[in-house]
Design a binder for this molecule. Structure first.
Ligand SMILES: NC(=O)c1ccc[n+]([C@@H]2O[C@H](COP(=O)([O-])OP(=O)(O)OC[C@H]3O[C@@H](n4cnc5c(N)ncnc54)[C@H](OP(=O)(O)O)[C@@H]3O)[C@@H](O)[C@H]2O)c1
Length: 309
C-alpha cells in the first residue's frame, strides 16, 4: 500500500468500509459480531490491536496506526468511548474498526482476547498499553489495588504477547509494542509496585527481542515520562502536582515512539535527548552481569578460601 513520507496512507488509497463490528467480552454472545455486515476486507490490510484505547496514549496510538493504514481492534472497559472513537476513526481514515469491551484484569476476558488474537490472521501490531499506577507505598496499597495493578500491568501484556507471537512469527511480520514507563528504571517509595511492573515489562520486552532476533517480528518497549492523561486521575497524585515543564502530551509520546520504531529502536525513551545514555546503561548492566560469573564469593566478605581485599 502506498504511503506518504510520514508513513500515513492517503485516504484515497484506503478502503471505505465504514464498518464497525462491536464485540463485548462481558456477554455470552461475545464473539458474535453485531451487526454482522459483509465487507470487502482485503487479506493484506494489517490489523493493530490496542489495549487501553479509550483514552490517553492508547487513543493516540489508535489514531496514528489508523492513519498508517491499519484496521483496528480497540480494547478497554468503557464501550461507549470505544464506539465513539471507532466511528470517528472509521469515518476519518476509511478503515475497519472493531471494539472489544474487556476488563483485562478478568481472566475470562483475557482468554477471549487470546482467542481473538490467535484467530486473526491479519494481526500485525499488538500495543500493550493499558496500565494503571496507584501511587502509594506498597504497604498502604489495598490487596485489591495491588492485585489489579499486577494483573493489568504484568499478566495481561504477558498473556496477550504470548498469544500473538506464534501468529506473528508464522507470518514473519509484525510488532509488539509494550508501553512501560521511565519508572522501569527508577523507584520511589510511592511507586514500588508500579515501578516493579514496568521494570518487568521492560525485561519481558528485552527477552522477547532476543527470542525473535533474526525474524521479521519487532518488539519495542516504550518508556514515557509524565504524560497528560487520565492516568493521573486515579494515581493518587494529581497532574497539577507535577512540574508543567516535565509533562508531554499523549500525541507527542506516540509520535516520538513511532518515529523511534521507524528508526529501528527497540527501547524508546521519548523524552531522552542523549540516546547514548541507554547504551551506557546497557553496557553497565552487561558488565555487572559478567562480573557475577566468578564462581566464588567476593573477597570483601572475608570468607575462608578467599583472599581479603
Ligand atoms: N500518563 C503518564 O504519565 C504515563 C507515563 C508513563 C507510562 N504510562 C503508561 O501509559 C499507559 C497508558 O496510560 P495513559 O497515561 O494513557 O492513561 P489513561 O488515559 O488512564 O489510559 C489507560 C487506559 O487503560 C484502560 N484500562 C484501565 N484499566 C483497564 C482494565 N482493567 N481493563 C482494560 N483496560 C483498562 C483505560 O480504559 P478503560 O478505563 O475504559 O478500561 C484506558 O484506556 C499505561 O500503561 C501507563 O502506565 C503513562
Amino acid at each position: 500500500m502506498a504511503k506518504a513520507a510520514d508513513g500515513s496512507v492517503p485516504r484515497s488509497a484506503t478502503r471505505r468500509f465504514g464498518v464497525r463490528l462491536f464485540f463485548s467480552v462481558r456477554s455470552m454472545d461475545r464473539w458474535v459480531p453485531r451487526p454482522t455486515v459483509e465487507t470487502s476486507m482485503t487479506a493484506e490490510t494489517p490489523v493493530a490491536l490496542i489495549t487501553g484505547a479509550s483514552s490517553g496514549i492508547g487513543l493516540a496510538y489508535a489514531d496514528r496506526l489508523a492513519r498508517r493504514g491499519h484496521d483496528l481492534v480497540l480494547v478497554a472497559r468503557r464501550a461507549e468511548r470505544l464506539r465513539a472513537l471507532a466511528d470517528r476513526l472509521a469515518a476519518t481514515y476509511s478503515i475497519d474498526v472493531r471494539t472489544v469491551a474487556a476488563d483485562l484484569t478478568q481472566l475470562e476476558d483475557i482468554a477471549s482476547l487470546e482467542t481473538l488474537i490467535r484467530s486473526e490472521p491479519r494481526l500485525h501490531t499488538l500495543v500493550n498499553n493499558a496500565g494503571i499506577g496507584r501511587l502509594s507505598p506498597s504497604m498502604e496499597t489495598s490487596d485489591a489495588d495491588a492485585a489489579f495493578t499486577l494483573d493489568l500491568n504484568v499478566v495481561a501484556p504477558t498473556r496477550l504477547s504470548r498469544a500473538a507471537l506464534p501468529g506473528l512469527l508464522a507470518r514473519n511480520a509484525g510488532a509488539i509494542i509494550n508501553i512501560a514507563s521511565v519508572m522501569a528504571v527508577e523507584v520511589l517509595p510511592v511507586t514500588t509496585l508500579y515501578s516493579a511492573t514496568k521494570s518487568y515489562l521492560l525485561v519481558f520486552s528485552r527477552g522477547l527481542q532476543l527470542e525473535t532476533a533474526g525474524t521479521g517480528v519487532r518488539i519495542q518497549a516504550v518508556l514515557p515520562a509524565s504524560t497528560a492523561t487520565e492516568f493521573w486521575d486515579s494515581a493518587g497524585v494529581p497532574l497539577s502536582a507535577l512540574d508543567p515543564a516535565s509533562i508531554m502530551t499523549p500525541d507527542q509520546v506516540v509520535d516520538a515512539a513511532l518515529a523511534g520504531f521507524d528508526q529501528g529502536e527497540t527501547v524508546t525513551f521519548p523524552t531522552v535527548e542523549d540516546d547514548l545514555l541507554w547504551s551506557r546503561y546497557e553496557a553497565a548492566r552487561q558488565a555487572l552481569f559478567a562480573a557475577t560469573q566468578t564462581g566464588r564469593p567476593a573477597r570483601r566478605y572475608g570468607l575462608p578460601g578467599t583472599d581479603a581485599p
